[in-house]
Write a protein that binds this ligand. Sequence first.
Ligand SMILES: [Zn+2]
Length: 154
Amino acid sequence: MTLTTHATLGAVIGHTVGGPFLAFVFGFISHFLIDMVPHGDTGLADNYKIHKRNRKTALAYVMIDAVIAILFVLLLANTRDLISLRTFSWGIVGGVLPDLIVGVYEITKTPLLKWFNTLHFAFHDFFVKRKGDVPLYYALLAQVVLIAYLQTKL
Ligand SMILES: [Zn+2]
């Protein structure tokens, strides 16, 4: 999923649960569960990791995704009367942290994070490897609709 989707879902979870710790934990778990839904990025990831093609495209996708996520989170934080900015924030941290850890592993290849990378992609690829992926364009549109719905819950 896009970081914007993970961040928005994390924010809603944080907004819903009782405190910062639970916001973080449930945000973190939500990352793995929503990543299981096929979301069109297998081609990008395989090109990057396996075929070593179009790597700039994959990096640009991640950069654009990250900046949009930051801007969207700021938009939410500055336009809502949040009950707790703390739980909102920790939900977002939990929601996006798995992809940060995967990114650190991708750069460093440290054995310390190999298990986490394997776990992340066990969830991420669970249905995609069995049933195939969906076109990225439709997956992005679906995420825009999901985010539009989720932000109404804040
Ligand atoms: Zn992920």
